[in-house]
Design a protein around this ligand. Sequence first.
Ligand code: FUB
Length: 341
Amino acid sequence: GGRSQQEHHRTEVSKPAEYSHRPLVTDHFTADPSAHVFEGRIYIYPSHDIDAGIPSDDLGSHFGMRDYRVYSMNTPGGEITDHGTVLQVEDIPWASRQLWAPDAAEKDGSYYLYFPAKDENGIFKIGVAVADNPAGPFIAEPYPISGSYSIDPAVYRANDGNYYLYWGGIWGGQLQKYRNNQFLDKGDGPTDGLPADDEPALSPIVARLSKDMKTLAEEPREVQILDESGNPILAGDHARRFFEAAWIHLHDGRYYLTYSTGDTHFIAYATGDNPYGPFTYQGNVLAPVQGWTTHHSIVQFEGTWYLFYHDTELSGETHLRNMKMAPLRHLPDGSIELIEP
Ligand code: FUB
């Protein structure tokens, strides 16, 4: 007992814990771990990687995942509970393939799993599925979330009780096919439709969720990421620009947007003073891992912050990943200590 999710005191992390940087699960391939504290325990909502036999390309076609599993633990480094399959593509009326990085949220005792998948036309949309407990199983809504597109949903519950849905990813994630929430089909190559190198990079998208958690309460908007001079990070700035995998957390009154830089393989962070941004680029949270993709979540549990991420230690194959975790430190000046796996 005595656990409080409200605690915000600093905890010094003196030495790397034993569980750090080790595969958390070894009998399935797991990736893109979205971790949350629900009911006083850590729940992880990852992608479930499989070898779907699809050749690798720059659209990520080889990421042919077909279902989701949920994992949990009582304490970091504790035994992992495998809750099994909680949703599969056959049970999602609108989805055809590629169940990519999910996230989950709790509201009033119901649990919502947000996930990207391709529809029958090969267009990524974001769906939602509902359960009455954090371990599922989840029942998918019949249609994707109206007004959603692209990949990598992340839900953030603000202190005022509002929930914000973030999403987006370029190349195979299809964000470059849209401007101002409109689909502009500029071609199907991974970089067709991207801004020129000297134009502002594409941004993650955010919209507040309605009370029912299944619809958007407002027109989605772009989350600006600025450099130290207040100018948008440019599309050609591959070491700093947003690629995919947005995540939000709040620490000491600052909002942190963390994201993958894709082809430069960093998890970067930017800070702002509200969930919509703008956010100012600050640096990296995680150095490149083994494998092409990098994807993460950041969660506080019993006063300590943790990074969940993945690499390809177990398989050596970019599409067969294994999730890991490690403590994450906020320094007194608001920066985050770089984690080098
Ligand atoms: O796991 C499939 C995709 O690869 C995710 O949606 C991206 O973030 C990247 O990790």
